[in-house]
Design a protein around this ligand. Sequence first.
Ligand code: FAD
Length: 458
Amino acid sequence: MTRRRGFLAGLGAAGVAAGLRPDLAGATPTATPPAAPRWRNWSGLEHCQPRAYVAPADEGALAELLQRGAAPLRCVGAGHSFSALVPSEGTVLALDHFAGLRRVDAGAGLASVGAGTRLSLVSQALHDQGLALQNLPDIDVQTLAGACATGTHGTGASLPALHAQLDALTLVTARGERLTCSRSERPELFAAAQVSLGALGVISEMTLRVRPRFVLKRRVWLRPIAALLDEAPALAAKHRHFECYLLPFTGVGAVIVHDEVNEAPAPRGHSADEDVLKDLKRLRDWAGRFPKLRRWLAAKLIDLDQREEATDWSWKLLSTVRPTLFNESEAHVPREAGLACLRDALAAIERHDEAFFPLEFRYIRGDDAWLSPFHRRDSCSIAVHAAADEPWQYLVKDVGQVFRKHGGRPHWGKLHDRSAAELAALYPRWRDFQALRRELDPQGRLLNPYLRRLFEGS
Ligand SMILES: Cc1cc2nc3c(=O)[nH]c(=O)nc-3n(C[C@H](O)[C@H](O)[C@H](O)COP(=O)(O)OP(=O)(O)OC[C@H]3O[C@@H](n4cnc5c(N)ncnc54)[C@H](O)[C@@H]3O)c2cc1C
């Protein structure tokens, strides 16, 4: 917003919070079990004490580890998933040594990178070659393999999720086999491994479809929620990237669009996102128990004329930083159900006076990966959040019912309570995936308790 500090006029300035807490997923791993550090995820909700925390040096060491390491063997990316995909009392392994740009074929629009490369470094390395990814999620600290493994996505009605930008990958299985696959070589394995929850093996290298680097213009404005929801389909059709945030208990939403422009990048100023969040929390703290007062105050204090504009390289605008820790649930619903689901989700959130985080609404194009939450359907995604030090269960229990009602598939990296039977009904290729998983990992060495429950219901 143009008024950078103090999104709600009169509520005062909010200093930007401290940076991310140190994350053990980024700590230097060790191969000696007694010294293995505890691991925890970004929000602090998930943690474990593995026997070994290992960073294999190359594919040979990775294959050896997968065959002989203490089970369960779970690969960690940047530890930015909220769900319990990573925790293991056996081996946590990190691909710190599988990072960086390896090969570029600019003519074919292909770039191969180590699977443990952080998205920010993928973008930077591609930029240096005059290239860019088509789209990015909200943040870019995830590893490429970790992001693809959960179906991580950005927004854009005609743009698919990150894993759908893959062209080929190399997988090392629990039996120590090295398998390459692509859209033309072992296409079924490729379709399964694009979104694998780390259950088929460890991906060591990925080849991405890339494009010449490009500049985006970002525009942000506020709208009353009723008008915004009416306008959303047209905005999604008109802009390369459209998303919106509904601010609970205010009646107001923020529209964010990005469009490709032929302009020079201009350095981006301070983002107002954190200021908005702090002001919403302050409003909740003051008037949370009096929803009518809260709405009245919001109507008085929010200046609907606030605007933000920025022009920069795509990767510098699409991803941002999220210093405030939170827990999150997100579902992907068929596109035609998107707005109805969003309305219901807002109503469910507003039954909880403690809620203050905006709901995020995005558009994603369908793809063919077997466990892609966007499998064969263009989708809308709805995300709900709670501060990391506050209760989050209502996101799963109450808003989760709304997601269920609208045919939502859960984001694999976020909180949900879907059973194996429910998931099997949501994914046409579910049984094929499970059969392939059992073939590649017959002893279930890659399954931690969370994945056993998800895949086998046990
Ligand atoms: C602040 C924040 C913002 C977010 N924004 C978005 C967003 O905009 N859009 C979105 O869709 N999601 C978003 N997420 C969710 C996040 O992108 C996913 O949870 C993602 O999977 C995290 O990547 P990671 O590298 O941290 O992987 P981790 O969380 O460490 O691991 C995720 C999965 O990947 C597997 N894995 C990791 N490396 C490999 C490998 N080499 N081979 C095989 N499997 C592997 C792991 O075993 C695990 O199953 C956000 C999360 C946070 C905390």
